[in-house]
Design a binder for this molecule. Sequence first.
Ligand SMILES: [Zn+2]
Length: 412
Amino acid sequence: MKHTLRFRAYLSDDVASEAWRHIDILRQIRNHAVRGYYNSDYNDKPSDYDQHSKLKDWTDQWPTFADPSQHAAQQAISQIHSDLETLKERRNEGYDVGRLQWQGNGEFRSVSYNQSRRWNVDYNAGDDRFVRLRLEKIGWFNIRADRDVPPAENIDEVILKKETTGEWYVSLVTTVEDTPEKPPLSEIEPEDCVGVDLGITSYIHTSENLSVDTLDLSEEYDRYAREQRKLDRKEHGSANWEKQRRKVAQAKRTIKRKVRDYQHKLTTWLVTEYDVVAVEDLDVKPMMETSQNAKNKQDAAWSRFIELLEYKADLHGTHVEKVKPEGTTKECAVCGVETAKPIWVREHSCPACGHTEDRDLNAAKNILYRGLTQLGAGRSESTPVQTALPTFTPRSEAVDAKRVVEAGSPGA
Ligand SMILES: [Zn+2]
């Protein structure tokens, strides 16, 4: 499987301005390719390959298009075709998806290469803390080697990105061999299966009635708001404004990093603790994260959580099953009868069989049930489905994030 290592990169002013100039040209090439695609007749849409071969004509017409690595230009074009493919799959699954958007100045922030002859790695940077990396047409720069940097030939892809904070990062994608096999279903014990409800009142609620509290970031959000207010008072574009803009970006990044860190701990805990993890499939619009409303931000956070969970499941040999989220809160985990309940009703109380329990716990059990059914556990006697859903006495236990930290293993 693929494994991505991310390093902080330090570019000299010259290299940084050249890299940023190239990235902006790649943005224009990308926009040109997107336009070319949508302007073509329905029956005559250009393929990835078609647009690669047009690149030469485009560079004849707009000479600056020839400045960045032409390999990187092809990569930027390939990316839109892979995005188009994803949109198509989503549409076929019945989701309402839009089109690829034209990207404005600063919206496109990275350059990617996937042939090893386009880069070099030099371990003699003159300082143990750094390793030097060269990218075609951009040049040499340092990366902070806070863990081992793989040799050039073991790297599958290099992505150089400028964050909105102004900091540069490099992602090195490698292939990890020898990831553990996922255990066969027949060897999985019911207690090693869990359903996870992504909650409203708690961050997650499991079918074992463990709830993990939402991370308290109120101080960080306050700071972010404060820095943003200061920015609003500065004259747009002035040196002070620019300085303040960086502070805002920094505050935002602190929040992002804490959320990420928290998600890392939770997902590591889940994949090390269980063999089967069932979650709701909320990964609905991975490319539509631009909307500003809170609901979408929450969805985006869940998407990343699920992405991370799937990634770690591969590393640890754990099954992750994404199930349809519709009706998981309405359905009774014992008898299957659906009862509508408004969001503020925190308890599931079944009119058909009399079963009563916490709303999120009931949902988590339904999620687990769906996950196991999907996994092919069926309903036969010996499969976990029968036994994994006992009507055990509810023993609600709130897990504090610190305990999860201790339970989660270090490493991935
Ligand atoms: Zn019932």
